[in-house]
Design a protein around this ligand. Sequence first.
Ligand code: ADP
Ligand code: MG
Ligand code: MG
Length: 916
Amino acid sequence: MSKTVFYFGEGLAEGDPKRKDLLGGKGAGLAEMTSLGLPVPAGITLSTELCNAVLAENKSVRDDAGVRDAVLTALARIEASQGAKLGDPAKPLLVSVRSGARASMPGMMDTILNLGMNDAVAEGMAKKTGSPRFAYDAYRRFIAMYSDVALGVKRELFEHALEEARHGVARSRGIDTTRYNGEELRRMVPDSELPAEDLRKIVDAYKAVVKKATGKDFPAEPRDQLWGAIDAVFHSWGNHRAIVYRRMHDIPDSWGTACTIQSMVFGNLGDTSATGVAFTRDPSTGEKRLYGEWLPNAQGEDVVAGIRTPHALSAAHAGGSEKETSLEVKMPEAYKAFVAVAEKLEKHFRDVQDIEFTIQEGKLYILQCRSAKRTGRAAVRTAVEMAKEGLITHEEAVLRVDPSAIDQLLHPTLDPAAPKKLLARGLPASPGAAQGYIVFNADEAERRAGQGKPVILVRVETSPEDIHGMKAARGIITARGGMTSHAAVVARGMGKACIAGCSAIHVSYEKQTMAITVYGEDGKPNETVTLKKGDLITIDGGTGSLYEGAVPTVPAGLGGEFGELMVWADAVRTMKVRANADTPLDARTARGFGAEGIGLCRTEHMFFEEERIAAMREMILSDDEPSRRKALAKLLPSQREDFIGIFREMNGLPVTVRLLDPPLHEFLPNDDKQIEALSVTMGVSAEKLRQRTKDLHEFNPMLGHRGCRLAVTFPEIYEMQFRAILEAALAVSKEGVVVIPEIMIPLAISKAELVKMREILDVVKLEVLGADSKLAFTFGTMVELPRAAVMAGELAEVAEFFSFGTNDLTQATMGLSRDDAGKFLPAYIESGILPKDPFVSLDQEGVGALVQMAVERGRKTKPNIKLGVCGEHGGDPASIGFFQKVGLAYVSCSPFRVAIARLAAAQAALRAKAQS
Ligand code: ADP
Ligand code: MG
Ligand code: MG
């Protein structure tokens, strides 16, 4: 292994700060900030490679003599720089041991603070700082954190001693503790008000808890603590929550985490000390202003954990009385220093930064910086504004915005005109509107959502253990915590609506209710509403508002900065983006989102309407050609009208119409009443119809009588559809509409099938258009079966275009039934056998290889054959990157994903350009 231990301190950092893959995001950021001359406490980063080695061999870092010596040598450098020593009571050094992966995974892995504490060191700290309270508070926090992370002792076991002490203090102040719940008592007697004597006792009680739980004394030797902590941090890569997070964000298991050992600075040394988190721009809206929160006399994790509600950073953005508690007013010098650091970091990294800082007795320290997680809205706004400020280029702006994040922008918002009852208002932590049934815990959220119920997860606060429930919920509300609390950060990352710090709600997990004090117009409380599990509510994360019941929504518009970004994107894009649309309304929506044609118009959806399905059934159940033709004649006019409507909407743009595809039995009557009715119209006995229905049953319909196989047996079906398409095209072209029909045959496996279909079409063509019509159309096929991909060279002799139907192609290539895979596919992804759901993101190596083969073979026969894709994958950014590589002319996806696909296609083009 190459170098695994990297020192940073006194303005110098080992290792290349660009190597996030090696140092982790946190380690790389600390190294870079050190080199920039920012006040960063000295430390050491152990590489992700070391983590992977430790995990693979299941060993301890201390077992490797080389690594151990390197760590101890680097530790000696930290000690020299700080004038303190790990474990020395006279000059104690305490360190944090922090996790940090290549990609930011906030709170998903473990960090241990105040390491190096033992009885003698605590006494030494007490003397040195003059504050036994501080020393023992740090000590008890360390025992709890270390035991939880490194010794596997559950956190709850430590709560009893702490709460007992709190009750004692409360009683000594004359508070009747029986009248308040734990939550209320914590507010009345916060941790910071427990006296030193009590904290000493708590430390003893904690040690006893550890002894009881593990059978061993809590490790008093700081070096033992250090090795144990490093191992634990590395192993936290394998935490359940970290794994869930990786799956959700497509982070490979093979990356591993780095581990940073850093000398501690203390934000809890009294009123001139503090800790906080800030964003250089508003992570919710993208507005350019320093945005952050801080807590006086507190340690880092207190802000994120939402244990106390923090104050605003700058006075200008704090509302009313909050001004007085802003950092700008309370500690103007430190505030100024921080503003300068924030500006420097944003300029240097040329992106919005998320910064952790601590102020120890008036002096500012920076503990972390990273590109800020932000909502889709903020991502778009900051990218566009930074390009206009000249900080980044237009192309960089296009690359900055994650295409899947703009999904949020395209989602509906609450209908402003709809009547609604406002129940409460909290912090607008993550925008979007969501309606759902109340649940109070993560497991239940997951279970209910699994049953198809929309849920809103309501918590006092969330912790990383709740991640699966947050993922399952439509939206999240917390009673406590600020804009940088766990709930807020994670929700923004997921693009979920979230209200944080909604203090008007009082949650009882025990009763599974929340009581809300509702205030009237005059600002006075005028009623209490109690909602229980299963009640419907609506949240608006953009305003922080909670409403009763389900409030109707309206679709989003695409203007402003988003429109500007899309102009830049379209300028660099080389693939076209079309939409899958079956109705004139879909077609109009698609055009609104910028679709450049219809890539898939499915005709079967047109047959499900009341009167049409009757004619359809009549056609299917007929047992001779004349009666089939009679029924088809009834369908022709309505089918023609459908096409006329769509062609008009798509004036000037191509429309790919796919002929009837699904197995016929999908249209069959399913109850006696329907059969009786049919028997009357058709003049056939119900008995006979029942028999015919039975005959049509298939064991495996997806591999059965469907696609162009229908027309091999019943050519008159496609004949009618060809006629409807051409007659419609002729009619609208007479109105002056420019119509470009592309007629597409589904599920072909051979050239002979296509030849037969073409013959039927040519007969109809002659009848409808005559011999010398100017009306142009093309004839092509879907490539959606492995054999079609293999035979693409021959198919191209007849087909003028191919459209890859990657849903069926995935199903057939992998032998995975989409309707049944739900039972086992999750296990494949969970265990890493498959990296992603192949129906969501194209299996590039397997299915993709077939696509590539078909492209090559098709082009060999017909160099200018038109190639596109119309499966769900056409809207998936990763798959779009692949389609760019194989050289498709367009992708087609659902109307609501068109904007996402435009941006993804632009990024794919830019990446391809950068590579060549
Ligand atoms: P996470 O990745 O979950 O944010 P961190 O490693 O950043 O975990 O640490 C958790 C908290 O502890 C943060 O608020 C951080 O600022 C604080 N912290 C970490 N190391 C130190 C240190 N050496 N001195 C003071 N605070 C620290
Ligand atoms: Mg952090
Ligand atoms: Mg198909």
